[in-house]
Write a protein that binds this ligand. Structure first.
Ligand code: CMC
Length: 434
């Protein structure tokens, strides 16, 4: 192993530069020393979509995309999904270690006792149209929480951060449930503190006239594991937005609303909804080859396939496939699964997908389970957002406490007009009048 130094020669000037390599990266600011003359701004790197730029150092989530490995704080996702609850996972992500029994008890108690929404929030939600997309409701209502808790601005106060953490993890399922019930024209259901985090969420969604809702244990466990699988995924689009908004020292409710907005897009967390729409459009197994052809011709994307980081099977998709079997034992088999399995089979054997290393991602099978459990398709990205909230908070807090972090502010390559004088409209000629 040689020295951790990169030697660069700038052939414009013939100068040679030595840049230190740390953690497999060079410091982008070192490039600025590379200049053609004293007034030159210095070299920058160009990386739209941040395909090869590390924007932070993190200790939260590790992904090896080539090998299909995902770990939260060092623990393999497969073990966490099997041995932990979602709230344990959330505590692990936010606090760095798995909680002890008493720590978990306190964490759970605090989250359970912040699930109630201010009554005005419900009035706020009532203002939405009956067919408003629940993700739009979630995004705006989470932003509105900032007005209910103005002390959340004290982002450098650890106690305040913890309180907002409890509130966010606790209230997002309550908002999601209200968004759903609003859409269905059903009265909102108050949280039931006797139930687990996930059991209570199902209660707030599905309770009808019986005085006590009892969640099916298989479905409750499946939903909890789905929350775990969605909890964090290092510097994805929404986590980057969370860090970006948070870097201006906005409060965590506004930052979470921004992150949720990023998640909503069909290339990110909105993909689960689009997968279901795609499977419905395909309609039956026999139509799969024709759909694959459309994908290869560039007409449509195979939703739920491909990933910026994974160039192998997404480990979360593997676990979700196993959950599907358990859920279907309770709900009955979703016929869309056959179409999905056929799509996967054909795609994994096809040169187009093999060459581009396109595999099923977390969103490919999750929607089929959600549908079997009775969730309307528009709610799928909201379910993703509930699980991801703990990850967003962990990323936000890590960013705030990192002394190397600054306000997010990328550079650009300006290719617009050079200097020109502004001519008042009355003096400028109008080509359309000619
Ligand atoms: N269907 C067909 N072709 C695809 C797909 C797909 N789903 N994904 C990527 N490709 C092709 C793409 O057209 C490109 O081909 P070419 O080299 O000929 O131009 C090549 O594969 C590389 O794709 P890319 O767009 O450069 O890759 P990216 O890293 O910028 O995008 C992605 C990653 C997830 C946005 C993309 O794979 C995609 O749009 N997938 C479908 C949407 C989806 O399932 N999103 C959920 C992601 S996982 C959950 C989450 O984190 O939100």
């Amino acid at each position: 192993m040689g020295k951790n130094i990169l030697t660069l020669t700038d052939h414009r000037t013939g100068e040679t530069y030595e840049l230190p390599i740390t953690n497999g990266t060079i410091n982008a600011m070192d490039l600025r020393k590379i200049k053609t003359h004293a007034d030159d701004f210095g070299l920058m790197s160009y990386d739209p979509g941040f395909k090869n730029t590390a924007a932070c150092k993190s200790k939260i989530t590790f992904i090896d995309g080539e090998k299909g490995i995902l770990r939260y704080r060092g623990y393999p996702i497969e073990q966490i999904a099997e041995k932990c609850s979602y709230l344990e996972t959330a505590s692990l992500l936010v606090n760095g270690e798995l909680p002890t029994k008493s720590e978990l008890g306190e964490w759970t108690w605090n989250i359970t006792h912040h699930t109630l929404l201010h009554e005005n929030i419900k009035k706020f939600i009532e203002g939405f149209r009956y067919d408003a997309h629940p993700m739009g409701i979630l995004i705006s209502t989470v932003a509105a929480l900032s007005t209910f808790y103005p002390e959340a601005k004290n982002i450098m106060d650890a106690e305040s951060r913890l309180l907002q953490t409890y509130r966010l993890i606790a209230k997002i399922p309550s908002i999601a449930a209200c968004a759903y019930r609003h859409r269905m024209g059903l009265p909102y259901v108050y949280p039931d503190n006797d139930l687990s985090y996930t059991g209570n969420f199902l209660n707030m969604l599905f309770k009808m006239t019986r005085p006590k809702y009892e969640p099916d244990p298989v479905l409750e466990k499946a939903m909890d594991v789905l929350f775990i699988l969605h909890a964090d995924h290092e510097q994805n689009c929404s986590a980057s937005v969370m860090r970006g908004v948070g870097s201006s020292h906005a409060d965590p409710f506004c930052a979470t609303a921004g992150a949720a907005a990023a998640l909503y897009g069909p290339l990110h967390g909105g993909a689960n909804e689009q997968v279901l729409r795609m499977l419905n459009e395909i309609g039956c197994k026999d139509n799969v080859p024709a759909y694959i052809k459309r994908v290869k011709d560039g007409g449509v994307l195979l939703m739920g396939f491909g990933h910026r980081v994974y160039k192998n099977y997404d480990p979360r998709a593997k676990i979700i496939k196993q959950i599907a079997d358990k859920v279907f034992e309770v709900t009955g088999r979703n016929f869309l699964l056959d179409i999905a399995l056929e799509l996967e089979k054909i795609a994994l054997e096809d040169e187009y997908f093999i060459k581009r290393k396109l595999y099923p991602n977390v969103d490919f099978y999750s929607g089929i389970i959600y549908q079997a459990m009775g969730f309307p398709v528009e709610l799928y990205p909201v379910l993703f957002a509930i699980g991801r909230t703990s990850g967003w908070i962990a990323q936000w807090q890590e960013m705030l406490l990192d002394p190397q972090q600054k306000i997010a502010r990328p550079r650009q390559i300006y290719l617009g007009e050079e200097y020109r004088d502004c001519i008042p409209v009355e003096k400028a000629g109008d080509p359309t009048e000619a």
